[in-house]
Ligand binder design. Sequence first.
Ligand SMILES: *[C@@H]1O[C@H](CO)[C@@H](O)[C@H](O)[C@H]1NC(C)=O
Length: 340
Amino acid sequence: MSSHFVLYLFLITIFHCFFFSNSHLKILLPTQLRRISSSVNCPAPDSSLYYQPVIGILSHPGDGASGRLSNATDASYLAASYVKFVEAGGARVVPLIYTEPWEILLKKLELVNGVLFTGGVANDGLYFEIVGRIFKKVLEKNDAGDYFPLYATCLGFELITMIVSEDNDILEDFAAENQASSLQFVENVNIKESVFQRFPPDLLKKLSTDCIVMQNHQYGISPVKLLGNQKLSSFFEILTTSNDQDDKVYVSTVRSRNYPVTGFQWHPEKNAFEWGSPSIPHTEDAIRTTQYAANYLVSEARKSLNRPVAQELLDNLIYNYRPTYCGYAGKGFDEVYIFE
Ligand SMILES: *[C@@H]1O[C@H](CO)[C@@H](O)[C@H](O)[C@H]1NC(C)=O
């Protein structure tokens, strides 16, 4: 035998002993493992954030189902897709029932870490008044040092456009009912700290080339009109525009320049959670769009300083209500919560 070969055997033996003796040491019973893993150093999450955020969603007049569920004049509803959207981001929901006395709504605003205004059709009366009061409260909370985000979807965005401009006739007609569209990013727009910041580059690109966001509106505002209105242009920054069926351009996503307020003319919640129209995109990219938009809303709410009283919160969570399945109609919302 050559001396090299002896050395080789020697090394192999050493290696074997080392390897196996070591791996013997590492075979532990599950009970032992648990003890070990509890001593493993898991870094604490960022203590400046709140990990039990709650979002208030304002109910909308009617039953959301053309009278199939309720004809009560005081009925209001929430499409369950908005609730699921919030839950998908890792938060819980308190319904803000718009017919409740303002003092109750104020108390409920103390139980939440952000607000969502839904889509719909109502643009006057008590509902419009309550949207205005809550919007003012959102700005006040932020001015007072709390971080209190608002997501305004479709009608919600249209209403805050009317409120900020102080012009109830500011909206224009668009032909964008029941259609999927792309999002055209404004040139040189800075998406940092916007809803789009966390979107991976491939998905951002597809948003501008593929029709993966759902539109369903007759009204909107053109970029020209928004930028030409001093109140609107100083409050909002346009992130994206979209084209309607007649190729007329409308503002499709905005954020506030000074507040954690995001406005969507489109419906981030529908892709994953509504099935009542064949136009709603359900591709993997469309579902990712819902998920990233939900993640952003909840990541904003985690920055809120509000720490709701536990029992009051539990008493008011959406889990105290039952949604009704109304997808059998083959149109409209799949599930709605009715408040009477
Ligand atoms: C509401 O009224 C319409 C029209 O009269 C009726 O068809 C419908 O069944 C009513 N809905 C309920 C829940 O009773």
